[in-house]
Design a protein around this ligand. Structure first.
Ligand SMILES: Cc1cc2nc3c(=O)[nH]c(=O)nc-3n(C[C@H](O)[C@H](O)[C@H](O)COP(=O)(O)O)c2cc1C
Ligand code: SF4
Length: 108
């Protein structure tokens, strides 16, 4: 039986959920680069965060579990947003010693 089933239920996803924290941190860290993570999903919001100088780098976790070549496809103009729906089933899987992959279609 898979534990963390609650975790695997649909979550209240918020885009760029660490952006408010980044906005406070960035002005006080001088030249130190800031890497923004958490809910980064669309090319549009990535370009805006960088052009608004809210972050120096962007990081994604779950989107690369679902689409390991997402960054390359975005660079080639073949994708504008991540297909990951942030269901957290991959996160639940690792607590159950299952291989790390996208389980969007269901956990065993
Ligand atoms: C399967 C999985 C394992 C993770 N393990 C760690 C971890 O060991 N330490 C950590 O700080 N964050 C961990 N995270 C959180 C990610 O680093 C990231 O901060 C989070 O998933 C939000 O980014 P995302 O919206 O791009 O997924 C993990 C996330 C996933 C999905
Ligand atoms: S299981 Fe797949 S769709 Fe769900 S959060 Fe993980 S990578 Fe994204």
């Amino acid at each position: 039986m898979v534990i963390f089933k609650k975790q695997a239920s649909p979550c209240r996803f918020q885009k760029l959920y660490h952006l408010p924290a980044a906005e406070k941190i960035k002005p006080v860290i001088g030249n130190m680069p800031l890497i923004l993570v958490g809910g980064v999903r669309t090319l549009e919001e990535m370009e805006k965060a960088l052009s608004d100088r809210k972050a120096d780098f962007l990081s994604m976790s779950r989107p690369f579990i679902r689409e390991p070549f997402l960054a390359k496809r975005m660079k080639q103009g073949k994708a504008k947003e991540a297909a990951c729906i942030s269901c957290n089933k991959c996160f639940a899987a690792v607590f159950n010693e299952l291989p790390l992959r996208c389980y969007v279609d269901g956990l065993p």
